[in-house]
Each structure stands twice: as C-alpha cells, then as structure tokens.
Design a binder for this molecule. Structure first.
Ligand code: IMP
Ligand code: MG
Length: 369
C-alpha cells in the first residue's frame, strides 16, 4: 500500500503485466501498418512513459512526437475548449497514431479529434494503454486497447494524483474504503472480552462479529451456509475454514456503513489468519491490530469461579477445568501472537483492574493505530 497526498492506493497492475500489454500493442500495430511509417503522437503529460516503452518495442521505423492539451487561461469550467501545444509538424497524408496512457470519459479524445480534423491526415488511429469502459461516454472508435480497467482512479506508469505517482513503474488503484478499524480481539477465558467488545463497538462504531454467534445464528435460521456448517458439525467434523470465511464475508458485506469490525473467536489458526487477511484485502481493507487482553492465571481462575457461582456453566465451576481452558488458550493462541507480531500488529493490553480502567487502556491502544 502507498499513500499520495491524502489518499491510499493498493498495487493493481504489475510492471510485468504492463510490459506484456505494451508489447502486444506494438506488435499488433506493426502488423496492421505494414510498410507505412507512422507518426506516433503521445498526449502529455501522462503518456510519456508508455510512449517511451512503446516505441522501443515497435519493430519498424516510426516517428515520435508529443502534444499537450491545455485549458485556456482563466477558463475553469469542465466544458471548456482546449488549445493545443506542440503540434508543429505537417501531418498531411500521414498515418497518425494517438498514443494515450488512459481513456476515461473520452473528453480528451474528443478534443483530439476536433484538432486533427483539419490536419489532412491519411488516417487517425487511437491507441490507449488503459481504458475504462464504464466511464467512456463518447463513440469514437478505440483501435488499440492495452488493458481494460474498472472505473476506479489509478496512478503510476505516467499517471498522477495531483502531481504525484507518475514515476512509479507499476500501477496502483485507489482504496475506496479507508479509515477502517478492524480488530481481532483476543483474551483467555475470563479476560472480559465480551464486556470490552460491547464498549468498543459503541465508541468506535464497530460491528462485533463473534464467530460462534454467527454460526449459531446461521444454523438456527437454516441459511444455506448454516445448513452446510451443520452438516460438518453433525458428523463431528470441524467446519472447513472456507465455510467460516464465507460466513464472515456475508457479515462484512451486510455492514457496509460500519467503521470496522471486531473479530472475536476467529482466526484460531495460521491458515485462518491468512484467509482473514485475504478477505479484508478483497474489501480494500486490512486487519489493523490483534488486541489481546493479558490477565494473570490466578486472577482468571478467581473471576471464573466467581462467575460460575451464578452463571450455572459447568465449565466455570471446576478449578482444574478452568486451569485447563486457560492453558489450552495459550497453547492455541501462541501461533497467532507470532503471526500478528510479525506484522507489528500485536498489542497486549493489561486486563487487570476495573472494567473502566481496562476500557481506557484498550482505547489508548486503538487511538494510536
Ligand atoms: P478523459 O478525457 O476523461 O478520457 O480523461 C483524460 C485524462 O484524465 C487522462 O489523460 C488523465 O490525465 C486523467 N485521468 C483519467 N482517469 C485517470 C486515472 O484513473 N488516474 C489518473 N489520471 C486519470
Ligand atoms: Mg492523458
């Protein structure tokens, strides 16, 4: 991920893919043009990089020149007529190929057609490396298109965002969901995860996704995913990660206006952590932190025994069962602590003290993300 001015961009098209597209355009044009010596016309500023690479790959003699379109000074409306800088050469009777970095609405292309109408060229061909079909509003033919892309803003390989990014050899796409806070909440039994998750979701407008709750909800409501999950559970098998991920995906999609998510009970394995990273990436987002409530074993045991007096949960009543659950938690989560530490995303928070004091510590950690 990279940041230019106020916006974040993610890797989108590699230098290798660009190279292949430029090669193909050069080859197709050379085949179609035969022995004709074309004049390639780059439209500045964006096209400088593609033109440079293109002509190096063009296998036959050619001419290269550049033009630039500029708005008349003082005119700022979007419908303004542009004037041309740089066309000094006589193009009468020549085959002219406009080389564009990107065609978006087609407005620039319309100006180019208007300008070249009176040049007496033999033919005017349009070639563009990138093309956004969903954004294109004109009907001028595009003779050569390198790569079709969705209608999202890109930078790199000549293209800029407010002056920056032109120099990058690969292309990045704008990230549409920014400022998301996605947390993985961890803590041994009795650490107060549920209590704290309730505070955090209110304060930060987050959606609390407890995998256990999602499973129970889907199974109870007999959703397709619930039925699938139940078929494994009934056979005494673990629910495959992909089924859980599909459920989480559905939960994330349901809550598009949330500021982020608190994942609780997932991931539990390295593979699940990787799958969750991939899911968040597909949403233009990421896990920001694993927050683990750290509480001494003796305190946990006391808290759970206390809870057992009123909760009626059998596993809260027996001290040796409690100690086993705590031990199991540390054995199972060590792997995840390593996973998130390696990404510098592990935050241990002291879970000893009053509920308010712990909430404050959690908020301090989150506010610093
Ligand atoms: P059009 O006139 O709408 O086709 O767009 C023309 C110009 O807008 C291009 O030459 C670029 O300078 C700019 N542009 C359009 N889309 C993008 C983009 O995704 N990234 C950077 N510049 C863009
Ligand atoms: Mg351009």
């Amino acid at each position: 991920m990279i940041k230019l001015h106020d916006k974040c961009f993610k890797p989108f098209i590699s230098a290798k893919e660009i190279d292949a597209a430029v090669s193909k355009m050069a080859k197709d044009l050379a085949n179609d043009l035969g022995d004709e010596i074309p004049v390639f016309v780059g439209v500045l500023n964006g096209s400088f990089m593609v033109v440079s690479d293109f002509v190096k790959k063009y296998p036959k003699p050619c001419e290269v020149t550049f033009i630039k379109l500029a708005s008349y000074e003082g005119v700022k409306s979007s419908e303004d007529i542009q004037r041309l800088i740089g066309l000094t050469q006589d193009l009468t009777g020549r085959t002219v190929v406009i080389l564009e970095d990107i065609i978006d609405t087609g407005k620039t292309l319309q100006e180019i057609h208007r300008i070249f109408k009176n040049e007496g060229v033999k033919q005017l061909l349009i070639a563009t490396l990138f093309y956004k079909p969903e954004a294109y509003k004109k009907d001028f033919k595009l003779h050569y298109v390198g790569i079709e892309i969705p209608n999202k803003f890109i930078v790199g390989y000549g293209l800029d965002y407010d002056g920056l990014g032109r120099d990058m050899p690969e292309v990045y796409q704008i990230k549409t969901t920014q400022h998301m806070t996605n947390l993985v909440l961890f803590g041994p039994p009795g650490a107060g995860k549920g209590t704290q998750a309730n505070f955090l979701k209110e304060k930060y407008n987050l959606v609390h996704i407890s995998t256990g709750d999602v499973f129970r909800f889907n199974i109870k409501n007999k959703t397709a995913l619930g039925t699938l999950a139940k078929s494994f559970i009934d056979k005494g098998e673990l629910v495959p990660d992909q089924v859980t991920i599909d459920m989480l995906n559905a939960e994330v999609e349901k809550n598009t206006d949330a500021n982020g998510f608190i994942f609780d009970g997932f991931p539990r394995t390295n593979a699940q952590a990787l799958a969750l990273d991939k899911l968040m990436e597909s949403k233009d987002s990421q896990i920001n932190a694993m927050i683990a409530l750290e509480v001494e074993d003796e305190v946990l045991v006391q808290r759970l025994l206390e809870r057992g007096k009123s909760s009626g949960r059998a596993d809260d009543a027996d001290e040796s069962i409690i100690r086993n659950r705590i031990k199991e938690y540390y054995t199972k989560t060590a792997i995840l602590k390593d996973y998130f530490s390696a990404q510098r995303k592990y935050y241990g928070v002291d879970g000893f003290g009053s509920v308010e004091a712990i909430t404050e510590r959690l908020c301090n950690a989150i506010d610093k993300l």
